[in-house]
Design a protein around this ligand. Structure first.
Ligand code: DAK
Length: 674
């Protein structure tokens, strides 16, 4: 067996370097790929590093086994699919090789020179360099098109962020495959243009420098600055503590000195950092739970200076055109778990952000003030940060809902962005059809955003949310161009409803937990057409069971019930694009949904066991289904909207939503049936 995806087959993955990060990278691969019988080979010429790396990786697997994160057969499966070796020949036959050796350019070049002689000419070669541009690393390769940088973040097996940096010589197929492949195996790949340090490290290392400058100019000592930095920037630990935790990584000093040459002259290696690296000592930082005293005035000065530095650094990257605001926000919030910069600027106001950057640049004139920041501030508008992405693939528009932290749940912002894209598509004659998909390996869309809904206390707010959602779904359904849903993972609640507004639906094959209408778990009934379209697609009996019991169905059941048109092996997005093209060309025609009253719609639904679920909410769901069957789809949707609003008059509605927010999705609400 092998992992087959987008025309490539991966049977063996090589990881070079068994130091700090190599074993963690290997662990991620073996976790994601062992069940496809893919073997992972870790190569290092240092035997002690191999020994240490292996023991660290096996300990992590065993720990996962003990905590229940991995089942016993997974523990064995992972261990049986990984080898640690000093023999480079073991890389023969590898389809993907990730180099994670020391940050040393000549060494990396030597490694790739050797690797290229061992693997086939289309095997993908990547470097987990944290700074070096792919053009410099791979310039001596015979086949450069298959090479690029893939920069992981600590801890590499768990931190989903990964920067993907194609070089000038990288083939677009390599970049596209690598992006989709990492997404498929659970990462959040973000494409970054080739520039020294990529997007994240100038932030990480630059903020350490900014903290040193605060200390040097007498704003506080290292403890105080570290404490204020973590508070002001929303970091788990401050930059000094983070640097200590990396063992005083000497790459930081090297990186800062290179950034001085390659980015701008504000970056530099402060003397105290050089001394610290040479003496292998640590920064003096707050102890765990230690209370740090800083006067409010000093705290404000430090915070302002660090925000100024942060915003200046990220905006400079916009000027360099290496990343977008939306990608950068997501990348920083996932990779470094800190306040995402552009949302942060929006929250304090663009004028304030501009003032902080200008003050910083006055104090440190070598820091440029970004042109894009000036333009944005002058426009009086906040930065645009999108949760829905749009891309043209030939004559097909691809819409991707990307909210990985909420499993792509639909909030008002997503609804508005979807509506905007519908406008764009309608007015662009080049676009003949659309594909809608969700980002990531797990979810198409896990429903409407329950956290947002739970915060709606006023009926007017509820109405506004409902209206925005209805507009988006109606726009999609009435777009006038075919829309194919590429269901890459579960489609729940509003997710299933959104998919049903599409002309066709294809889903990944073999999803056991796939589609459903779980709203009744929350003291709600479906509100975006579930009670109307599901019966029209699957029949009343199946639809009412799904809606009234909240039980999800598998992708194979969905195919059997007619909820999807196809189960797809491999890349569901690629297949959806093909299907959209086939619909446009007339090679495929699809059955249309009944828009009028449903012939022979029932007067009564079969009995189902609703267990602990609310009888008050069930009664509303039953009414929506039965009454809707006798109406046109349009009237049925209006009736559903009315009954959806009625949920807010019940006690069970508050109980259900509160239960999700406070206790999570797995906890059963204690309904009172009123
Ligand atoms: N909303 C907000 N956050 C969600 C979410 C949702 N629907 N689903 C998942 N999340 C969040 C989780 O809270 C969690 O966040 P953190 O705790 O990490 O902050 C994160 O995503 C990961 O979720 P889990 O930890 O739960 O992940 P698991 O793999 O363990 O479980 C799950 C995945 C999808 C089975 C589970 O999260 C789940 O059951 N989620 C709820 C699914 C659900 O009930 N969906 C239906 C929502 S109601 C309307 C328009 C639309 C609607 C109504 C009206 N108008 C236009 C009127 C639609 C209503 C709905 O969809």
């Amino acid at each position: 067996m092998a992992f087959s995806f987008r025309g490539r087959s991966i049977k063996k993955v090589g990881v070079i370097g068994s130091g700090q990060i190599g074993p963690d990278i290997a662990l991620h691969f073996v976790k994601a790929l062992h069940s496809f019988d893919v073997s992972v080979v870790v190569v290092d010429i240092a035997l002690d590093a191999l020994e240490k790396g292996k023991s660290k990786l096996f300990k992590k697997i065993d720990k996962g086994g003990q905590t229940g994160a991995f089942k016993p057969d997974e523990v064995d499966g992972m261990k049986n699919h990984i080898i640690f070796t000093s023999d480079y020949n073991e890389l023969k036959g590898a389809d993907l090789v990730v180099e994670a050796a020391t940050e040393d350019l000549p060494l990396k070049k030597r490694i790739f020179n050797q690797v290229e002689s061992l693997v086939s000419q289309d095997a993908i070669l990547t470097s987990n360099s944290s700074h070096l541009e792919p053009e410099r690393i791979f310039d001596e390769l015979k086949f450069k098109g298959r090479s690029l940088c893939t920069h992981y973040f600590f801890p590499a097996e768990r931190n989903p962020a990964i920067e993907i940096i194609p070089g000038k010589g990288t083939a677009s197929e390599t970049t596209e495959f690598t992006m989709r492949f990492y997404e498929k195996i659970g990462k959040i790949p973000i494409k970054v243009g080739s520039r020294y340090g990529y997007a994240v490290d100038p932030v990480f290392e630059g903020l350490l420098l900014a903290c040193v400058q605060c200390v040097d100019t007498g704003l506080g000592d290292t403890k105080q600055v570290d404490y204020v930095a973590s508070k002001a920037l929303g970091l788990t630990v401050g930059p000094f503590t983070a640097h200590n935790l990396t063992g005083g990584n000497p790459i930081t000093a090297h990186g800062l000195s290179e950034m001085h040459e390659r980015l701008n002259t504000w970056f530099r290696v402060p003397d105290c950092l050089k001394e610290l690296v040479e003496s292998k000592s640590n920064w003096v930082v707050p102890g765990r739970g230690e209370k740090i005293e800083v006067s409010p005035e000093k705290e404000q000065q430090i915070a302002d200076e660090l925000m100024g530095a942060y915003f200046a650094i990220v905006c400079d990257m916009l000027d360099a055109n290496i990343i977008t605001t939306s990608d950068f926000d997501l990348l920083i919030s996932v990779a470094l778990d800190m306040k995402p910069p552009f949302s942060f600027m929006n929250s304090i106001g663009m004028n304030k952000a501009m003032e902080l950057v200008e003050n910083f640049a006055k104090k440190y004139p070598s820091m440029p003030v970004s042109k894009k920041l000036r333009e944005q501030a002058a426009s009086g508008k906040p930065w645009e940060i999108l949760d829905v992405l749009f891309e043209k693939k030939g004559d097909i528009g691809v819409i991707t809902i990307r909210r990985p932290k909420s499993l792509n749940a639909l909030n008002s912002k997503v609804f508005k962005e979807l509506t905007n894209y519908c406008d764009i598509v309608r007015n662009d004659p080049e676009i003949k059809a659309v594909v809608v998909t969700g980002f990531g390996a797990k979810a198409f869309v896990a429903g409407a955003d329950i956290k947002e809904m739970a915060g709606l206390t006023e009926p007017t707010q509820g109405e506004r949310f409902a209206r925005i959602g209805q507009i988006a779904s109606a726009e999609l359904e009435k777009l006038g161009k075919p829309v194919v849903a590429a269901l890459n993972g579960f489609a729940l609640g509003g997710g299933c409803e959104l998919a049903m507004c599409c002309t066709a639906r294809v889903a990944l094959k073999g999803l056991k937990f796939f589609a459903g209408q779980p709203e009744v778990n929350l003291g709600l009934i479906p509100g975006m057409g579930g009670t109307q379209r599901l019966p029209r697609i699957t029949g009343f009996e199946r639809a009412s069971e799904m809606i009234r019991t909240a039980k999800p169905i598998s992708s194979s059941q969905a195919l059997q019930f007619g909820l999807i048109d196809e189960e797809v092996e491999g890349d569901v997005l690629e297949r959806a694009i093909e299907l959209a093209q086939d619909i446009v060309s007339g090679r495929v025609t699809l059955k249309r949904m009944e828009m009028g009253p449903v012939p022979n719609s029932p007067d009564k639904l079969p009995d189902v066991d609703i267990g602990h679920l609310s009888r008050a909410i069930d009664a509303l769901a039953v009414r929506a289904i039965l009454e809707g069957g006798k109406m046109t789809l349009e009237d049925g949707l209006k009736n559903e909207a009315h009954l959806f609003g009625q949920c807010w008059t019940t006690e069970d509605n508050r109980i259900g939503l509160k239960n999700f927010v406070e206790k999570g999705a797995k906890s059963k609400a204690e309904f009172v049936h009123r």
